[in-house]
Each structure stands twice: as C-alpha cells, then as structure tokens.
Design a binder for this molecule. Sequence first.
Ligand code: SF4
Length: 366
Amino acid sequence: MKNNHRLTKEEGLKLLKEADLLELGRIADRMREKLHPEGIVTFIIDRNINYTNICINRCSFCAFWKNEDDPEAYLLGKDELLKKIDETIELGGTQILLQGGLNPGLDIGYFLNLLQEIKNRFDINIHGFSPPEICYMADRADLTIRETLRLLKDAGLDSIPGGGAEILSDRVREIISPRKIKSKRWLKAMEEAHRLGMKTTATMMFGSVEKAEDVIEHLDAVRSLQDKTGGFTAFIPWSFQPGNTALARSIEQRAKSIYTSRIKHHASRIYPATAVEYLRILALSRIYLDNIKNIQASWVTQGLKLAQVALRFGANDFGSTMIEENVVVSTGVRYSVSKGDIIKAIRRAGFKPAQRDTYYKIIQYF
Ligand code: SF4
C-alpha cells in the first residue's frame, strides 16, 4: 500500500478478507507510528457509572439489561452516584463515563438535574449518554436531538461515548437490536454533538452475526462523518461477548433445530472473536480510519496480554483504567487490572505510558 493512500471500500474488504495477518499488522503499525511518532501509549483514569440497568430496548447481545420488575433491576440513588464520583477523584480520576439503559421512569429533567448537581460539586469531565439514550430522552420530551444535546451540554455534559453503534448496518441491527435506533440516527446524534462543539468517540462491536461487508459499511460511515465534522477523538473496536446473552442462547437453540444456511452462519458465531479476528479488525480500523487519530485497545474484552499485542496492530491507547465496569462483567468476562498493571503492560510492550484526559491531552508520564 502506498503512503497516504486512502482505502476504498473494495480495498478495505479485500484486506479484511484476504490480507496476511502480519502484513496487515505491519501496515497498521506504520500508520500508528506516523500518527504517534513519540512512542507514547495513553490511558485515562475513569469510572463507568451505570446509573440504571432497566432498559426497554432488550438487545439480544446485551447481558446487562433488566425489566423494571426484575429483582436485580436497579436505579442508583443520587447519594450513591455522587459517592462514586468522589471516590473516582480520590483515585486520580478525571472522567466519569455515565451510561445506562433506556429507563422509562426517567425523563430529561432527571438528567439535567443530575448533570447540574455533579458539576456544582465536582471538577470532573462528564462523558455520558450514548446516542440511544440521547434519542430516547429527545423522543420522550418531544424535542429534536439538537435541542436535547444543547440542554444536556448547558447542564454540564462535556463529551459523548460512542456506545450503541454496534455495527452501523441496519441488516445487522434488525437481528441483534431491533428496538434500538437505526444507523442513520446514531450518526445524526453524533453529527449534532460535533456541530455543538462536543467531542465524541466511536465504537464498533463485532463478532456477532455481521459479515465483512457490514464491518466495512460501519468503518466507512464513521470515516465519512469524521470528514464532515472532525469530532471523533478515538475509535474503539471491541468484540461481542456471548456469555449470558439471549443472542447466544437463540443461536444455540436454532443451531440444534432445522439447519438453514442463514442459521448455519449464525451458528458459526457463538464463540467470542478469536485473537486473530480481533487483531485483523483492529489493524483494518487503524488503516481505514485515516482521519481518526486514536485507536483504543480493548483490554476489558481481550485481556492485558492481547492488548499489548494490539499496540503493534494499530492501537495507541489503552482506554480507561475502569475503576468500575458492569456491562462486560455481566457476560461473565472479567479482567481485573490496576493502574500499575496497565503502566507495566505498556512499558513492557516497548512504549512510554502516559495518563491522558478525555481530549487526549497528556496529564502525566510514567
Ligand atoms: S445494549 Fe444498551 S440499549 Fe441494548 S439492552 Fe443493553 S443497555 Fe439497553
């Protein structure tokens, strides 16, 4: 591949399907090095605060949601939530990731009060509410996405996580999350946020029922929006974790019954993505998204060891120390690491570790 050549969709698909793994890694690593010649690998100290697990979307790939009447359903009390922020700051945290299910008991007033209260009490970046939550708030309040975002921003919301993207292909969304907003609305929410001056990340959850073509559709949609707005700070590909999910259960059941070719395809996908699949997607993301500066390795789903390898396949960031994480844990996958583990892993992989803020500004070198 020539320097500065932007991949077409066809070339991206060919690379994803056919390229030699190590060659793909070499191209991605060269691109990472060009964008980050200092050899620094960053991470952020933050905490995921999942304010509620009640969710009307009931996505089949998600093990986190509960119905309102489920004994395990919860809504965090305000005091408990504020205490978590206090603890985060004590541990040197600079950001909270505030996300939850689509809880019909909460209206926009609840969120505006919460944001104001957090900002009145703490000096911390609020990275919160992925596009499905924002669209749900907007619909319930009969507001446009832009009006909703403006209210949230004025109340203290700083930046937006890229959750809820899964795969930006409505064919896939129809299967794994039919009640969730479609691709166009996810992109619209991000575009409006960028136009209001808010930075966001973009994610991709792969390894469920998508095909290579769907992955390319996703990457291309993110790249095109970034060309227009420049508002994405980072891209985070992570793999579907089948544990405790309805999607994995239904695939298993259907695989046991009549075998159609479509089911056969699904049945081939009940295992979590392998290391090789993860590295191929990660490297391709680095190469395809030539206009997004940072690519995160997902140690939460892949573990620290594979995350170290990911640093040679295009990643330049370790994401968050995750003082608390509840969504991936609900699938039964739990990698427990400390800030010290992350620093050591980055250093031993041959890079200089540094703590950053939400906007990738370095706070401290180690
Ligand atoms: S992925 Fe999000 S929207 Fe879907 S069920 Fe889980 S919490 Fe709800």
